[in-house]
Design a protein around this ligand. Sequence first.
Ligand code: PGA
Ligand code: ZN
Length: 425
Amino acid sequence: RIAQLHGRRVWDSRGRPTVEVEVRLEDGAIGRAIAPAGASTGQGEVLDLRDGGSRFGGLDVHRAVGSVNDEIAPALLALDATDQEVVDRLLVDLDGTPDRSRLGGNAIVATSMAILHAIAKSAGVPLWQHLSGGRPVRIPLPEIQIFGGGAHADRRVDVQDFMVVCPAAGSFSEALDWTAEIYLAAGSLMRRAGKAQGVADEGGFWPAFDSNEEALETLTRAIETAGFAPAAQVGISLDVAASQFGSGGRYTLALDDRTLDTAALVDMLGGWIEQYPILSVEDPVGEDDHEGMVEFTSRYGHRCQVIGDDYLVTNAKRVEAAATDGAANAVLVKPNQAGTVTEAFQALRAGKEAGFGTIVSARSGESEDVTIAHLSVGWDAGQLKVGSFTRSERMAKWNEVLRIEESLGDSAEFSGWSAFTFPGS
Ligand code: PGA
Ligand code: ZN
């Protein structure tokens, strides 16, 4: 039973306030979790409740923390906390709005994740193991950002994330080793060309490239310089996050001041897929561009992973519809988009049932909280996206997966190529 539940204000990786929830069960088990926050959020996400006004740019969270302490805590006190689904349903009903705008999605997701931790602690098993319930799991393939862009780097380039994936590595630990070499190689290539300008929101290089293609060229060269075979060993994964530069089928590229319609954007991305070792593309067109998602998936979904993030917003119903329409072949799973742990799991399960790839993902605003590392393993997601290979709010997650992999010893199975479900993989 829940003996105590407490919300407090803490700070995230962008120096913004966020909500932490700590819960204690009657047996003494304690669970704690911190809500992350997005910058390029999808329209269909649950609402991140902020105070408004002028303090901290309107982003303070006293109202959300108040929701935890004044409403959620009294409602959950003495509740039997053994069933996550029951707790999450109660949280959703208590809020009563479809978008969690009354109590705040941030208050609710932090509570849901804190309770998950407490239940696992009470059971005396690591969180990932509590989630897997004895079913076989794989250690996820990491998707790791090398350059930031889009909303995370003042639109220095249009594409938001230039990432690498190392599916040919023999283990998670080896995939990180390979990424470290590529990160190093990319850094020296950029410095030599005078293109490194600092660090973007998720810790990747803030690039001074003149085009998206220059970023792709540099990343491909970094993979080769580090000694890996592009595509055969290491691939590029892009989060285009196209909603950030267009809607209604009209897209405006910042770098060359061009406006493209959906067909032209799909053609441009398709040209990149032909030319560079791209294995995965997220949100290739805007979240409202259903036809564009279908067109892109039908043209390239056989040879590349097509992920819906803003397009699917971790919503099981949207995943089912996308599967029916052929509008993606993979789903990004962000607990704070869905609202609760249970709802995030339902979206992941819908993805698996549709034969989609599944990727558990962090947000651009993060913290030392490592819950998602455990979700990615315990739910056997196959992939984990956390941002770059620098800064401790990112490394905390990679390092947690290293610990899990080590704890499994010889029985650890790295997902590698099995992470991808598209036909050509
Ligand atoms: P966000 O970006 O957390 O700023 O929404 C991450 C993503 O788009 O995948
Ligand atoms: Zn995204």
